[in-house]
Design a protein around this ligand. Structure first.
Ligand code: SAM
Length: 258
């Protein structure tokens, strides 16, 4: 098998990035540090080729056909330990940390599990920065600010651990085969690890029905009288919608309810 004879497997979310200008933008946006690089889903190795020029890479690829192809393309890099390929499902390999030293995740992610992967990376104490391509809609949720229509749990969890911004928006024509949706590369620079599960439980309740008031959502689980007292103390309007409060407000609310 060679690169040209590969038929993309839909079940693995295979949309190979072909646009060289986007590949260059990903490399330019990489944080400068001594962390190891982790790539999830190297695919045909188009991004990997640039990554191994910068630093050594730990790669995770589920497709055994592609693993064999990558092993032949990168024979030299594997022999000189610039690249190590783990063949299998990354989610199964991921315990509390994906690798045992500080790393930055740089990847064009498989979209069907992209949110799950990013949330795991946010919780992983060894992961320091996340530079990934995902569906545009998903990138916008992670990078949203309070007041934005799409501001919700993903934006709050991200802001609780660091800063995020979109690096570049990418049209379907940059890929082969072309996905049906627009994509974006975005960067999260972590300052700490993902917040505790109880805080995220509160967020799930707060955004249960995003168009309803925050009070209505929260009072489906928490005592309404207590909530009214807390809202008054924090000077929050009883009619505020969940997306209108900022990350700091949610932490204050959580600390009071706790
Ligand atoms: N990095 C390549 C590129 O930019 O052209 C390929 C990106 S493609 C969107 C996603 C890649 O993730 C595919 O190679 C696919 O086989 C791989 N993949 C899908 N699910 C995976 C999983 N659970 N664990 C590891 N790799 C996975």
């Amino acid at each position: 098998m060679n690169k040209n004879s590969v038929v993309a497997k839909k079940q693995f979310g295979q949309n190979f990035l072909k646009d060289q200008s986007v590949l260059h933008k990903i490399i330019e946006a990489m944080p400068k540090n001594d962390n190891r690089l982790v790539e999830i889903g190297p695919g045909l190795g188009d991004l990997t080729k640039f990554l191994v020029d910068v630093k050594s890479v730990e790669a995770f690829e589920v497709d055994t056909d592609l693993c064999k192809l990558l092993q032949s393309i990168f024979k030299e890099e594997i022999a000189t330990k610039k690249l190590h390929i783990n063949c299998g499902d990354v989610l199964e390999a991921w315990k509390s940390s994906l690798v045992d030293e500080p790393y930055d995740l740089v990847a064009n992610l498989p979209y069907y599990i992209a949110t799950n992967i990013i949330l795991k990376a946010l919780a992983d104490p060894m992961c320091k920065n996340i530079l990934v391509m995902v569906q545009l809609e998903v990138a916008e949720k992670f990078c949203a600010e309070a007041g934005d229509k799409v501001f919700g749990s993903l934006g709050i969890i991200t802001q609780s651990v660091g800063e995020a911004h979109i690096v570049v928006k990418v049209p379907p024509t940059a890929f082969d085969p072309q996905p049906k949706v627009d994509s974006a590369v975005f960067l999260i620079q972590k300052h700490c690890d993902r917040s505790d599960e109880d805080f995220e439980g509160l967020l799930r309740v707060a955004f249960k029905q995003p168009r309803k008031t925050l009070m209505k959502n929260l009072s489906s689980v928490y005592d309404k009288k207590l909530l009214q007292e807390i809202f008054e103390e924090l000077q929050l309007s009883l009619t505020v919608r969940p997306h209108q409060l900022g990350t700091k407000d949610y932490h204050q609310l959580y600390n009071k309810i706790k």
